[in-house]
Design a protein around this ligand. Sequence first.
Ligand code: SF4
Length: 224
Amino acid sequence: MKVIDNPELSRLMLDHLTGLYNLKKQRDEVHLSTLIYCLTRSFLDMKQDVEPTDMEVMLFALGIGLQNEFTPANTTLPVIRKDGVVFSPDFVIKVGEGQYCEMKTTRMSTARDFPESWIEYIKGGCFMQGIKEYDLSVLYMMGNYKPPFPQLNSFRLEFDEAELEANWKYLMCRKEVFDEALKNNRPPRPKEHCSDWECKNCRFKAQCDAMLMIPEGIEIGGQK
Ligand code: SF4
């Protein structure tokens, strides 16, 4: 047997996924996730037509594809708007009162704590809907790595009023930065509104590195 690399087939499949999940579509509204993750990236995503990297396509497709398969049949997908922010829960199950659910797919171990970004997002969703409880299902693709077998764990998260309000206040501060950037048509300064891990594999890394070489307050992206 001869095994020959066939990158054309991978390209075909990646292009199919890019089209299937509409990954080239630019956002025109401020979504809750816009405010949770890097604000510079959220800005550039809205303003520029840049191809997603293969890594981004793979991560998105694995997340959304598996989520679609795991989502039970009797669910709804509402869209909620508040204070200029759009939020759509992953799904809502009607069991008496609606149960709001978020599903995550991750390669991190079951032994790790939830990333702060997940909790900020869910707290934001709770505040927008005036609820204090949210369900979270996590597909740990590698389980606890001993051995690396998939495991699905589900949780109910309960919050109090004060922590939901504090989180919303924090998100509204980020929205002010984002709105100001949109108004001035100038991206928020790179690395000031994101976590370090977000820059790895980011499609805008070269652009951000170039922007950081320009002292603050000087012309960026053709704008003063
Ligand atoms: S490279 Fe980092 S700072 Fe720049 S857009 Fe990406 S995540 Fe944000």
